[in-house]
Write a protein that binds this ligand. Structure first.
Ligand SMILES: Nc1ncnc2c1ncn2[C@@H]1O[C@H](COP(=O)(O)OP(=O)(O)OP(=O)(O)O)[C@@H](O)[C@H]1O
Ligand SMILES: [Mg+2]
Length: 857
């Protein structure tokens, strides 16, 4: 801990407390020389979170003040850790030169970093947006408005949502927010683990917000943004968002672009559980990043492309024309391999145009950032030439030639990481700078030549000219030669074996050099600032181009994935039916040896609306079910699909309930989660939806589970009329097909030989009659005794609980009523008169034991 010459009492602590009072909810990093210090509670939290040593300083009075600090040079890493743990971090700098300060140095908070408001590269995920989402709810809780901002890209989106039935949560999830802003007292909708920031209700006021937006973007009215009457809440949300961001970034937010209004219409609605269950972008198990649909598809070359592809997958389209436009574009690149490769090569040199542009606008771009922008812009003409008719991207494409030329003229080939660390401005760009540089270089050359001349003049062969920060240039002479030192040398420093001198001539040149250097850095700073601001002022243009580059990248990536994976173009139409011939699971097929995945056919239409898929454990029920969902999502996102043929009638919503997933974090039991997810499906599915239910009812007892699954299937068949696939162990459900015309049974085939089962993974018509769970237990290595015993118990259960054969039975619940227990028959047949009391007791005891075992002895 270094606090050179600082008394932590009085004026400094007063200044600290004043600033801290305005940032109570943040950890305040208080700049003191080369350290950021934390005091009091912040020090305790900071020390604990960051593993720092907690020290204390005497406050002058009796109180000891806890203290912890981090070096400014290493601060980025510490800030990152604090923010990742969900803290806000207020960065308080010294805003005047300590040497010039009268009394205590002036300090101000220049930025508050929060999980949702980050700009620094090392706090950002390159291939993902970091969204801060503000949510305004109406009084009745039926509508909501969102405003979402990504400070690092300058994106600002407004969206209005009907709040019912999980729509709100789903829309929010799509942004994957890092922080959510809501009004005080409003429901916190944020997913667990996401920082919730509460703001006062008036900040969401629509009139205030409209004024703020109009002022900020210089608009006479908000109509130009495409906002409608239904978007008032979203405008209010934007007001609160901008106010909050204004507090976090007192220097302003020049990078924020005009808001874009997003409409949920025209999008395939995927709720959070569907997104999670299908592992679209996030694996269920941490670390298996490649085992997601995004992981398989993502062959993008640029970070903007990667972010856009994620967006396309999470919000597929529902308009067949819009989908066809994407498919056409992908198709043209699948067919033309050389062009695809050329586009990908052109993209290879394009860096994160979007974020670099935003950094320039926010005056945060470094010389190296501008160099990266220049190099990226340099690739654009080539890309533009390759676009042709691709997705309409070429029309109005702005290759930013003027900016590229200005940057090329102004910057050296390899600009340094920070200003002041080597030349930034290219020779020939600024005449005054060139003059200063030759002055500096001339001075340096003169000094360099001095050594040879002085050696000749003095006859001292070991004479050296050197430089250090404290004394500047000097002539060093070893003690042995002290006698030969000329009289015009002035001694400056004595070392153990040598003396250091200066001459008036040397000092004069030194002044020239140092003066020139100072001027140079001032001038470089100015020229650099000008060019950075010129680039920043073109933010809208840069971001528009970045958007087109991203789209080209995504289309080429989809085409490349299609070519590599042998995908076909799906036919996406406005129809009810869905037909997939020889479809494959895009992710599962990847982890298997080539050709090992068994393709399957799926047909769902007005005549075959619900498929019940039964089959042994491990057969591939869940795989085929998810495969249907993933293919629909791929097709509607505009991607080719792994199949021989696919015809897909657009789906408006896709729901997937897979397995039983605990949500202990939210304090809900497995089965409650399952049921509430099922409830949400039944409330929100329409006839145009696709519902995929895997092992519904599994979380409870068999009879309850079968009964619920049965009733759900009936409801889907009779009330909703939507397409659905059930994967289930309950072979009882196969009887649904006998009662309902549009329900069809399928099973995933296995081949049995003796005790062995070979999994064929082939879907075929008809129901399965058993589960092979014990067989899988054997594969997994359960002890032999356990397996033997399980077989016995299974046989007895099957004997005792046989399902009635006639589904036409009046009461459907009777379908699952157990047949008469064998013990009952035996009881009935007992000849009581022929038994002694002793025998009667024995028989009773035995029957009781058999009941306990479930029928057999
Ligand atoms: N079509 C297929 N071709 C090749 N392998 C497959 C196929 N489908 C599934 N598999 C393999 O079988 C494994 C089990 O599949 P899946 O989980 O879908 O079975 P399941 O029938 O749902 O089993 P359970 O009843 O235990 O839930 C998969 O992990 C995969 O390795
Ligand atoms: Mg399964």
């Amino acid at each position: 801990m270094t606090l050179p010459g600082l008394d932590v009492s009085t004026p400094l602590m007063q200044q600290y407390r004043e600033i801290k009072a305005r940032h109570r909810d943040a950890i305040l990093l208080f700049r003191m020389g080369d350290f950021y210090e934390m005091f009091e509670d912040d020090a305790e939290v900071g020390a604990r979170t960051l593993g720092l040593t907690l020290t204390s300083r005497n406050n002058g009075a009796a109180a000891e003040i806890p203290l912890a600090g981090v070096p400014v040079k290493a601060a980025a890493g510490y800030i990152k850790r604090l923010v990742e743990r969900g803290f806000r971090v207020a960065i308080c700098e010294q805003v005047e030169d300590p040497k010039l300060a009268k009394g205590i140095v002036r300090r101000e908070v220049i930025e508050v970093v929060t999980p949702g408001a980050v700009m620094a590269d090392d706090l950002l995920e390159e291939r993902q947006n970091t969204f801060l989402v503000s949510v305004a709810l109406d009084g009745g809780g039926t509508r909501a408005g969102f405003a979402a901002a990504d400070l690092s890209t300058g994106e600002l989106a407004l969206e209005s949502v009907e709040a019912g039935g999980g729509a709100l949560e789903a829309a929010l999830q799509r942004y994957n927010p890092s922080e959510v802003i809501v009004a005080e007292g409003a429901a916190a909708l944020a997913p667990p683990g996401v920082l919730v920031t509460r703001r006062e209700g008036w900040e969401f006021d629509v009139a205030l917000a409209s004024e703020e937006l109009a002022r900020r973007y210089g608009l006479a009215s908000l109509d130009g943004l495409g906002l409608g009457a239904g978007d008032a809440l979203a405008v209010g949300a934007a007001g609160a968002l901008l106010r909050y961001l204004g507090e976090l970034q007192p220097g302003g937010l020049p990078q924020l672009r005009r808001p874009v209004v997003r409409r949920a219409e025209g999008r395939l609605f995927l709720d959070a559980m569907t997104r999670r269950n299908l592992e679209l972008v996030e694996p269920l198990r941490a670390g298996a990043q490649d085992a997601t649909l995004l992981g398989v598809l993502d062959r993008t070359m640029t970070p903007m492309g990667a972010r856009l592809l994620r967006g396309w997958l999470l919000a597929p389209l529902t308009d067949p024309t819009a989908i066809a436009a994407r498919l056409d574009a992908v198709g043209s690149l699948v067919a033309d391999e050389p062009r695809r490769t050329a586009i990908r090569e052109a993209l290879d040199g394009v860096r994160d145009l979007e974020r670099l542009g935003a950094k320039a606008a926010a005056r945060r771009a470094t010389p190296r950032d501008l160099g990266a922008l220049r190099d990226s812009m340099g690739c654009l003409p080539r890309l533009e030439a390759l676009l042709g008719d691709l997705y309409g991207l070429a029309a109005g494409f702005d290759a930013l030639a003027d900016l590229a030329a200005a940057l090329a003229a102004a910057l050296v080939d390899r600009p340094p990481a920070v200003l002041g660390d080597g030349d930034v401005v290219r020779p020939g760009h600024t005449p005054a700078l060139d003059e200063l540089r030759s002055l500096r270089d001339g001075g340096r050359a003169y000094i360099a030549s001095l050594q040879a001349r002085e050696r000749a003049r003095t006859g001292i062969g070991s004479l050296k000219v050197g430089y250090n920060k404290v004394f500047g240039y000097y002539i060093e002479i070893t003690r042995a030669n002290k006698e030969s030192v000329p009289p015009d040398y002035e001694r400056r420093q004595t070392l153990t074996g040598a003396e250091r001198y200066v001459t008036p001539e040397l000092k004069a040149y030194e002044a020239k050099v140092l003066g020139a250097e100072e001027e140079i850095s001032r001038l470089e700073e100015r020229v650099f600032g000008e060019i950075r601001d010129a680039v920043g002022a073109a933010i809208q243009r840069i971001q528009d181009t970045a958007g087109r580059v991203a789209a080209a990248d995504v289309l080429a990536s989809l085409a490349d994935a299609a070519a590599a994976g042998g995908y076909v173009r799906p036919e996406v139409v406005d129809a009810f039916g869905l037909e997939i011939v020889a479809g494959r699971h895009p992710v599962v097929e990847r982890v298997m040896p080539r050709e090992a995945f068994i393709p399957n056919d799926i047909r769902l239409d007005a005549a075959q609306q619900i498929m019940i898929v039964t089959g042994p454990n491990m057969a591939g029920k869940s795989t085929v079910l998810r495969q249907v969902a993933q293919l629909v999502i791929l097709a509607q996102a505009g991607s080719f699909v792994p199949a021989r043929e696919a015809r897909i009638g657009v789906v408006d919503r896709l729901f997937t309930r897979v397995g039983a997933s605990d949500d202990l974090a939210r304090g809900q039991s497995t089965f409650l989660v399952e049921m509430s997810e099922t409830a949400s499906i039944l409330h929100n599915a329409t006839r145009k939806s696709l519902v995929l239910l895997d092992e519904i009812g599994r979380g409870t007892s068999t009879y309850d589970g079968v009964a619920i699954a049965w009733a759900v299937a009936e409801y889907l068949h009779d009330h909703l009329g939507c397409k659905a696939v059930f994967a289930t162990h309950y072979h009882e459900l196969t009887q649904l097909a006998e009662r309902y015309p549009r329900v069809a049974n399928f099973n995933v085939a296995v081949h049995e030989s003796g005790d062995d089962v070979i999994f064929l993974h082939r879907l075929r018509p008809g129901g399965a009659d058993r589960s092979y769970g014990i067989h899988v237990g054997r594969l997994a290595g359960l002890p032999t005794e356990v397996l033997e015993r399980a077989r016995v118990v299974l046989r007895s259960l099957e004997a005792g609980h046989r399902v009635a054969a006639t589904p036409a039975a009046a009461d459907q619940l009777a379908l699952f009523a157990p047949a008469e227990h064998p013990v009952l028959a035996e009881l009935r047949g007992l000849d009581l008169d022929g038994l002694t009391p002793r025998e009667a007791l024995d028989r009773l005891a035995e029957l009781q034991r058999r009941i306990a075992l479930g029928g057999e002895g």
